[in-house]
Ligand binder design. Structure first.
Ligand code: NAI
Ligand code: MG
Length: 372
């Protein structure tokens, strides 16, 4: 029996192509793993009314971790219009399979390294090395939303929040509410994960990115819990920044920052910004991890414009495989991937279009595999 069982969910569009590329690299590494392919994405929504079929959830439960490509998704009305005829009036509602996986397997950490690799012509500066820890299950993405606002909800809010007075003139049908919910447990565990990572990797600082001066309760809870946890790590500097100022600092002095820790929505924003400083979507890898399971995915989507062309950069997904190996404890193999990518970048011969080259997705993967 192989040492690891890994679920592979290529998904839609270029997701299939970049996973095929990453698999070339994993195979060259001779990782002792059994790879089991599963279904996810738009095809399964269209024909089965479920983008994350039950059999796929079962597969995830039976494996150690998952390598995931990308999916296509669409807003509510468009999604229903794309369903097969016989599924049209079944009242099916599209949900994001990624959000569902994160919540179902309690993958509370979204980790996104943003490092300037030597030889990457897209680097904003050469000395950027940031890792974003984004809380992955709560905040504005909890899905607790109302439109129109039910009377009971409206009445409770009017009763308990003086700030509701300014909305007195608005009808509940003309109002939409998305709740930002943050629990103490989540605030604690994301901060602890960030500090533990900093400790393990010898990083000098953790910056909590919130907005507690305005969003007093939720950002306030994050900050208070983070301050307590920071005390347990005296060797690591603890900095606090507001999300808006952080975006400015990242453009001004990104080299000053190391680990950023934040909630779901701010993390979504700040990690895109940080990612773009070191090459953008062709390089951006991510890990969704909990205490027991991990789903590893490139940040980019299915890029319909390029589907079938084998044109996009596979490095994001190859770095994603590296994160998976790190998480499995296969550090030596993870480092070899990183070194091989650096060599190919520095040689500058085999490059996809985003780096000004003409190589295909699989040619880049093969060049990296060769360097292993
Ligand atoms: P996208 O990330 O798919 O592509 C946007 C653009 O970024 C592409 O047209 C291309 O120019 C560039 N790009 C993306 N990946 C690249 C790569 N590996 N190398 C080089 N360039 C790359 O985002 P878009 O167009 O907004 O969304 C397309 C579909 O993907 C939508 O259905 C969206 O909902 C879905 N999506 C899925 C995600 C996921 O599966 N995690 C994440 C983001 C979008
Ligand atoms: Mg995003």
């Amino acid at each position: 029996m192989a040492k690891y069982k890994i679920a592979v969910l290529p998904g839609d569009g270029v997701g299939k192509e970049v996973v095929e590329a990453a698999k070339i690299v994993l195979d060259a590494l001779k990782l002792d793993a059994e790879y089991i392919y599963g279904d996810i994405g738009w095809e399964f929504w269209k024909h089965e009314g479920n983008a994350l079929p039950e059999r796929t959830i079962q597969l995830l439960k039976e494996t150690d971790c998952c390598l995931f490509g990308a999916i296509t998704s669409m807003p509510k009305e468009e999604a229903v219009a794309e369903l097969d005829k016989e599924l049209q009036d079944k009242g099916l509602i599209y949900f994001s399979p990624i959000v569902k996986m994160r919540q179902m397997f309690d993958l509370y950490v979204n980790l996104r390294p943003c490092k300037a690799y030597p030889g990457n012509p897209l680097n904003y500066r050469e000395d950027i090395d940031i890792v974003v820890f984004r809380e992955n299950t709560e905040d504005l993405y909890s899905g607790v939303e109302f439109h129109p606002v039910p009377d009971e909800v409206r009445q409770a809010l009017d009763k308990h929040s003086p700030a509701m007075k300014k909305f007195a003139g608005a009808a509940s049908s003309d109002m939409a509410i998305s709740l930002r919910i943050i629990t103490r447990k989540s605030a604690q565990r994301i901060t602890r994960a960030a500090f533990e990572y900093a400790k393990k990797t010898g990083r000098k600082s953790v910056t909590l990115v919130e907005k507690p001066n305005v969003i007093r309760e939720t950002s306030g809870l994050m900050l208070r819990e983070a301050r307590k946890i920071a005390k347990e790590y005296p060797g690591i500097a603890f900095w606090e920044a507001n999300i808006d100022a952080m975006c400015m600092w990242l453009v001004k002095n990104p080299q000053d920052y190391s680990v950023l820790c934040t909630s779901n929505m701010f993390g979504d924003i700040v990690s895109d910004l940080a990612g773009q400083l070191v090459g953008g979507l062709g390089f951006a890898a991510s890990a969704n991890t909990g205490d027991k399971y991990g789903v590893f995915e490139p940040v980019h989507g299915s890029a319909p414009k390029y589907t079938g062309m084998y044109k996009v950069n596979p490095i994001a997904t190859i770095f994603t495989s590296k994160l998976m190996l790190d998480w499995l404890g296969e550090t030596e193999k993870a480092t070899r991937i990183e070194q091989a990518v650096i060599k190919v970048l520095q040689e500058g011969k085999v490059r996809t279009y985003d780096l000004g080259g003409k190589a295909t997705t699989l040619e880049v993967a093969e060049a990296i595999a060769e360097k292993l």
